[in-house]
Design a protein around this ligand. Sequence first.
Ligand SMILES: *Cc1c(COP(=O)(O)O)cnc(C)c1O
Length: 228
Amino acid sequence: MNRIAFTLEDLQLEIAKTCAKGQIFQENVRLIAVSKRQSAQKVRQLANQGQIEFAENQLQEAQDKMAQLTDLKAKWHFIGAIQSRKCKAIAQQFDWVQSVDREKLIAKLNDARNSEQPPLNVCIQVNYFNEPQKSGAKPLEVQKLANIIINMPNLKLRGIMVLPPKQSEFSKQKQQFDEINDFYENLKLTYPQMDTLSMGMSSDFEAAILSGSTMIRVGTSLFGARQD
Ligand SMILES: *Cc1c(COP(=O)(O)O)cnc(C)c1O
């Protein structure tokens, strides 16, 4: 079976091993399957094996997929760049938005979320290393955004999401994640409601977990290479 690169079971085993190594409770690390540019059929296959949370980065593509999967008890995370005209659909159709990076999106997401729905879970995307080509709030802007989010009745501030520069060496990955974890722990002193540090992908989730990640976002390792 080579449709899925790393079976869900194998990946969970790897996560368990890493947690054991770092003396971390495995329940504290959530696995999000990044299903962008993967078929609805593959999502269904993984859901049948017990995976519940999936992430997408394009609204239209996500909507097409969700429409084919309405019978699943899936939870959906939005992790892509947010265009303000798409806030309404994103706020109503996702359980989490991890890529909030500017002030003007916040009220839009709040206003669009139906008050009968549970509050929308929000992570602030932080461009921690100030990379010019990457989206995300600057570290110094995070508190301002957090203060706005906590005052929105239909939003729930959960934490931060980061995508640090790719490093092939484990020690470099770990160093970056440690730095981000310090930043997160410091934020939590002001925002104790934060419980989510979303970091780590296929190529670096072990280092992320060992540095305190509570949510890893894995795509290619689970689903195989993406379709173009
Ligand atoms: C695509 C993507 C991932 C998953 O990347 P893989 O290397 O395929 O595991 C994680 N996070 C974000 C924000 C992404 O866009």
